[in-house]
Design a protein around this ligand. Structure first.
Ligand SMILES: Cc1cc2nc3c(=O)[nH]c(=O)nc-3n(C[C@H](O)[C@H](O)[C@H](O)COP(=O)(O)OP(=O)(O)OC[C@H]3O[C@@H](n4cnc5c(N)ncnc54)[C@H](O)[C@@H]3O)c2cc1C
Length: 457
């Protein structure tokens, strides 16, 4: 079958009215200003990044394509294992990810694996680039790898160098040796999801996990739920109130998950991101020594909110990865699948559909990069906006892919079905999108209420 020279409804590139042909015939200056190389879109963006970040992005893509994508389906369909057991394939990915530095890149070498050349750029930017590549390949494995950084974030943000050297560096070293030491982040409680993410709710909430003083430290009691990677983690940053006090006493404890009194009560069977466990953790007189308090007593609420501000931009990057995977799958389908004797892509209404999907995906990426490139001190307003907008739009793009693939969209082998289940969860975790909208307004309220403040948007 001969390859068509142009898409249905368009002129061939060599037609005398084709702009590309005409640009080439312009005088030199006009040609220099109009003619452009036709490149892959991902590669075009590559040239727009600082070179060290661009290299990390390419490395992340290579890792995702070689180690994550090939096992994504198998892990998605695999039965959930009992808490504490890791699927051997997921363990292989974790080991390799650790060896390649994907579990330790928030500190520069030799403490972690961040290349020195990326040091001038916010780590959140680097993280966002990596997360997009991983989520494009598999949402579940991406979450397994990313939740670890969320768990370690309080240790970084508390800014205690001694604690970083004592706790985080050994975690990083272990990962780099190929012995994964995952860290989980535990704020959600059976009675508090949004209340752990929103100031107004927190002010009314009676904390469920409570720390009681004892000789040399604290005893933790209570339960946390939906903790990503909590089933496999060797350590966790657990947020608890001090006995007899409210949420304002929230304190971050760096917990040893192998200590007596720590139990993984169960792993949820959830709709998507199935390669990552969502664990319920139970603490019964779990002893935590004083030197494992992260950032000081009663500093937990601030550390939690700062952690969420830092992590919501990478969550938006997850959304870009899903939208991109869905768009790539839809493009692939439209090029391959024939209807009425021609490939779907030759129908102009299909082209309109695909054009919107590509534009949405690239607009999301622009938003993420815009926020990530200045995310040394990520602002709540910007991070929340970025999270809810990108994840909402990404789900829309995935729905468009389902529309295009029609009955094929529901088949597991087409990938879009899995992406559709995975992307939905990004609108729930790190605060539901409703909570993120409120969180944006919360941060803005001082300016909104001051009539003398200019209201630039
Ligand atoms: C895949 C996955 C991974 C997760 N990983 C982690 C993790 O690693 N660590 C962790 O601690 N947690 C984790 N979570 C928990 C997650 O952060 C919570 O599920 C989320 O914050 C929502 O809380 P909730 O489910 O308790 O909903 P609720 O707080 O019970 O909310 C119920 C509904 O009420 C709405 N609502 C609540 N308050 C308001 C309000 N004031 N105004 C308007 N609407 C409101 C919400 O938007 C929602 O629609 C994870 C969740 C999922 C699904």
């Amino acid at each position: 079958m001969s390859v068509p020279t142009h898409l249905g409804g368009h002129l061939p590139a060599e037609h005398r009215l084709s702009p590309q042909r005409q640009y080439r015939e312009l005088p030199m200056i006009g040609r220099a200003l109009s003619d452009y190389p036709v490149k892959d879109l991902w590669e075009t963006d590559f040239a727009r990044l600082p070179a060290p970040l661009a290299r990390q992005r390419r490395r992340a893509r290579a890792f995702a394509e070689r180690f994550i994508a090939p096992v994504a389906d198998e892990l998605d369909l695999a039965a959930h294992l009992p808490p504490g057991q890791c699927h051997p394939i997921a363990m292989d990915v974790l080991r390799e990810a650790g060896r390649q530095g994907w579990l330790s890149y928030f500190l520069p070498r030799p403490l972690g694996s961040m290349p020195w050349r990326t040091l001038p750029y916010p780590p959140i930017w680097q993280c966002s680039l990596i997360v997009e590549e991983f989520s494009r390949a598999c949402g579940g494995l991406m979450l397994l790898l990313s939740a670890h950084h969320l768990g370690a974030m309080p240790l970084l943000l508390a800014g205690n160098v001694g604690q970083m050297l004592r706790h985080l560096v050994p975690v990083y070293r272990s990962c780099e040796r190929g012995e994964p030491h995952l860290v989980a982040f535990a704020i959600t409680e059976p009675g508090a999801g949004s209340d752990a993410e929103d100031g107004h709710g927190a002010a009314l909430y009676s904390p469920g996990v409570v720390a009681r003083p004892t000789s040399g430290g604290w005893l933790l009691n209570g339960r946390k739920c939906y903790i990503s990677g909590g089933d496999l983690a060797k350590s966790a940053t657990v947020f608890a109130a001090l006995q007899g006090e409210g949420m304002e006493s929230w304190t971050c404890f760096y917990v040893d998950c192998t200590a007596p009194g720590f139990k993984v009560a169960r792993n949820e069977l959830k709709m998507g991101m199935r390669a990552s466990g969502a664990a319920e953790l139970e603490f019964t007189d779990l002893f935590v020594p004083h030197n494992r308090i992260v950032g000081g007593l009663r500093r937990g609420w601030a550390i939690n909110r700062a952690t969420l501000n830092a992590s919501r931009i990478p969550v938006a990057a997850m959304a870009v990865g899903f939208a991109r995977a869905a768009t790539e799958a839809a493009l692939e389908f439209a090029r391959r699948y024939t209807l009425g004797g021609k490939a779907l892509i030759h129908y102009q209404d299909v082209q309109l559909h695909l054009a919107t999907m590509v534009a949405e995906t690239r607009a999301m990426r622009s938003l993420v990069w815009q926020e990530a490139r200045s995310a040394w001190q990520p602002r709540q307003l910007n991070a929340s906006l970025c999270k809810f907008h990108a994840t909402d739009r990404a789900q829309r793009v995935c729905e468009m892919a389902m529309d295009l693939l029609a009955d094929h969209g529901g088949l597991h082998e087409q990938r879009v079905e899995k992406i559709f289940r995975d992307v939905r969860l990004t609108r729930i975790f790190e605060g539901t999108n409703q909570i993120n909208r409120l969180s944006m307004m919360e941060d803005w309220q001082v300016q909104l209420l001051d009539a003398d403040q200019p209201m630039g948007v």
